[in-house]
Every structure is written in C-alpha cells, then in structure tokens.
Design a protein around this ligand. Structure first.
Ligand SMILES: O=C(CO)COP(=O)(O)O
Length: 253
C-alpha cells in the first residue's frame, strides 16, 4: 500500500497577523507537487486559524496545535475539538514534546485527547519521541513504543492518525537526526504497529519525521523508505518550506 507524502508546518507560538498573512501569500504563490502526491497541512496558533482558513489555498489544509481532552465547558483557556470542527479545521497536532515536557502532559492524557479528537471527526498528527538522555541510555524504542501504546489502547482505528516521530534532542537545535537514525526508529515503529495493530495499519499509517528539518536536509531524509514526510517547525515559517514540500518528488523517483 502506498502512503501519501505528508508535510506539516508547525508554526508553534509565533507570528503577528501581518507575518501570518505574508507566510500564507508565499504558500499560495508557490508551485508544488499536486495534492495527489503530497498532503500539506499548516498549523498556526489558535488565534490565527480563522484568518489562515480564509486566505489559504484550497489544496493545503490546516491543523490546530492542541485541543481539550473532552467536550468543552468550564475549562478556562482551553479550546475544544468541537470548536475546531465548527471552524472547519480538519486536523489537530497532539502530544507535541513541548506540551509533554513544558506542560507536563502525560502519555495517558494525550491518548485520551487523541481518542476524543478522533471521535469528533478530527484527524490527528500524534507526536512521539525520546529525549537525549533516553536515547543515550538506549531506551529510544521503549519510550516511543510506550507513547504510541497509550494512544493505541484508546483508539479503535488508525485511519485518521499520522504519527510524527520527533526526537526531542533534534527539535529547534539544528541537530537533525541522520537519515539512518530516522529510518531506524520509523522502521521499528512500523514494526510495532504491525505487531500490535496489524499489518494493514503498519502498511498504511504515515510516519513523518520532525526535528530541524530544512531545505537542505529534507531530500536525503525523504528518501528513507519508512519516512513518509515531515513535521517542520522553524523552517515552516520561511520560504524554504516550499523546498521541503517539493521533497515529495523524491518518493516518485
Ligand atoms: O517541533 C517540531 C515540529 O513540530 C520541529 O521543530 P524544528 O523544525 O524547529 O526543529
């Protein structure tokens, strides 16, 4: 089964209205492979979702960066999955390491969020990844498997989930995983899916890589058989995001 290349741009907590409009203009004017060959999803901060939704080209999609774990209500400061659905936002990023580590979100809490978002009809970019300490102690795969398992235990199917493998030591550090390092974890993760969720899930689930991806290193990473695309942070705010989208063509050669 062939998996469509997927490029996500996580804008994190960046931008003004003017800057956001400028990024969208750059994206709208870009020539990129067709949506048959690449799925592009950009993720602005909540407050900019409506403006991006109004301006963004229709072949690109939008993700929120988080949502509340259950139905909305008396949860000050939170944004519910129902609100995203109401705005016509199809995707949400959940389990980003910045939320796991800075806001103490546990794997169980993230699993609950993924399950609730899916039940509301959202598609989910679910992030997993180890810290440098965990990698150096040899527990990378155990960590990634446990994070993935907390999601698997709570959902009934993977069809609306993209898994983003984002090693914490590579995020915002300029220290990108080597193509071999990325491939190794993506391969193991796919094997984990095969053993725990079945061959079809393993074959069809997109596993994308995130952590210091840029216009210069994307092609070599994209060439790895189990790397199905990227979740891009810093470079998604710059014109080189277009080059990263274009790395989808590597899969066709
Ligand atoms: O966290 C990331 C995407 O979600 C990656 O961030 P950088 O591309 O800035 O390293």
């Amino acid at each position: 089964m062939s998996r469509k290349f997927f490029v996500g741009g996580n804008w994190k907590c960046n931008g003004t209205t003017e800057e956001v409009k400028k990024i969208v203009t750059t994206l709208n004017e870009a020539e990129v492979p067709s949506e048959d060959d690449v799925e592009v999803v950009v993720s602005p901060p909540f407050v900019f979702l409506p403006v991006v939704k109004n301006l963004l080209r229709s072949d690109f999609q939008i993700a929120a960066q988080n949502c509340w774990v259950r139905k909305g209500g008396a949860f000050t400061g939170e944004v519910s999955a129902e609100m995203l659905v109401n705005l016509g936002i199809p995707w949400v990023i959940l389990g980003h390491s910045e939320r796991r580590l800075l806001l103490n979100e546990s794997s169980e809490f993230i699993g609950d969020k993924v399950a609730y978002a899916l039940s509301m009809g959202l598609k989910v970019i679910a992030c997993v990844g180890e810290t440098l300490e965990q990698r150096e102690s040899g527990s990378t795969m155990a960590v990634v498997a446990a994070q993935t398992n907390a999601i698997a235990e709570r959902i009934s199917h993977w069809s609306n989930v993209v898994i983003a493998y984002e090693p914490v030591w590579a995020i915002g550090t300029g220290k990108v995983a080597t193509p071999a390092q990325a491939q190794e974890v993506h391969f193991e993760l796919r094997k984990w899916l095969q053993d725990n969720s079945g061959a079809e899930v393993a074959a069809s689930t997109q596993i994308i890589y995130g952590g210091s991806v840029n216009g210069a290193n994307c092609k070599e990473l994209a060439a790895q058989p189990d790397v199905d695309g990227f979740l891009v942070g810093g470079a998604s705010l710059k014109p080189e995001f277009i080059d990263i989208i274009k790395s989808a063509t590597v899969k066709k050669n």
